[in-house]
Write a protein that binds this ligand. Structure first.
Ligand SMILES: O=C(O)c1cc(=O)[nH]c(=O)n1[C@@H]1O[C@H](COP(=O)(O)O)[C@@H](O)[C@H]1O
Length: 242
């Protein structure tokens, strides 16, 4: 997929404040590929409201609802999102909902006049091997498990997956045609925070990611960087040095 580095950056607007989200999206217009709106702003403002606000700004919307429920309920939610129209370019659902849920989502989307890309979340970037094995009793190697989920998503007809940059190259080898969206992105100058399996933007693209989801390094950059516009410019400069 031949996209400019700028088009590969999706900024996570994790805030409960609609005005703040719109202001930031407006400031970054033309410098990034789109905006990810997720559980925080959708819970605070409502999904149709945030989608319509982002449409007015002019950005494409990655609607990160991380759907995870019984197939019938997920299918209904997918149809409701499809009804929001082409402003919503991507929608997430958890692969761990199982293949019946993923297939129900794909069938629901295909029955609608417009459908966003459906992306399966594999293993959250905030989980490490200790949490996965100790708390969730998933004892497989993380990469093997993520590749298994990515294959399942592909076989169920999803368009892509969300995965940590650490698993990108293994997914790319196993599923050459799926889109890979990668959060857990940390430039060298940014704090890891609650993320565990992180990589720099350049390393994640080199590994084969199609899109980078970047939140706090852009929305709340460290003082040495200054503001979101400078943070994006700095990330793009780092990508261009590659
Ligand atoms: O689905 C996601 O977007 C997602 C999956 C995942 O495994 N890890 C993850 O961090 N995310 C999202 O990506 C964004 C990362 O934000 P920062 O950690 O601030 O860069 C957040 O909005 C998360 O909800």
């Amino acid at each position: 997929m031949s996209l400019a580095p700028r088009e590969r950056i999706l900024v996570a607007l994790d805030t409960p404040d609609l005005d703040a989200a719109v202001a930031l999206a407006t400031r970054l217009r033309g410098q990034v590929g789109g905006y990810k709106v997720g559980l925080e702003i959708c819970s605070a403002v409502g999904v149709p409201q945030i989608v319509s606000a982002m449409t007015a700004v002019g950005g494409s919307v990655f609607l990160d609802l991380k759907l995870h429920d019984i197939p019938n309920t997920v299918a209904g939610a997918v149809r409701a999102v499809c009804n929001l129209g082409p402003a919503v370019q991507m929608l997430t659902l958890h692969c761990s909902g199982g293949s019946a849920m993923l297939r129900a989502a794909v069938n629901a989307a295909q029955s609608m006049p417009y459908r966003p890309l459906l992306l399966g979340v594999t293993v959250l970037t905030s989980l490490d091997a200790t949490a996965l094995a100790g708390e969730l009793r998933v004892t497989s190697d993380i990469t093997d498990y993520v590749v298994h989920l990515a294959r399942m998503a592909q076989d169920c007809g999803l368009d892509g997956v969300v995965a940590s940059p650490h698993e990108v190259s293994a997914i790319r080898t196993a599923c050459p045609h799926v889109r890979i969206v990668t959060p857990g992105i940390r430039p060298q100058w940014a704090a890891e925070g609650d993320q565990r399996r992180v990589m720099t933007p350049a390393a994640a693209l080199r590994a084969g990611a199609d899109y980078l989801v970047i939140g706090r390094p852009i929305t709340a950059p460290p003082a040495i960087i200054g503001d979101p516009v400078t943070a994006v410019a700095r990330i793009l400069a780092e990508l261009e040095q590659e």
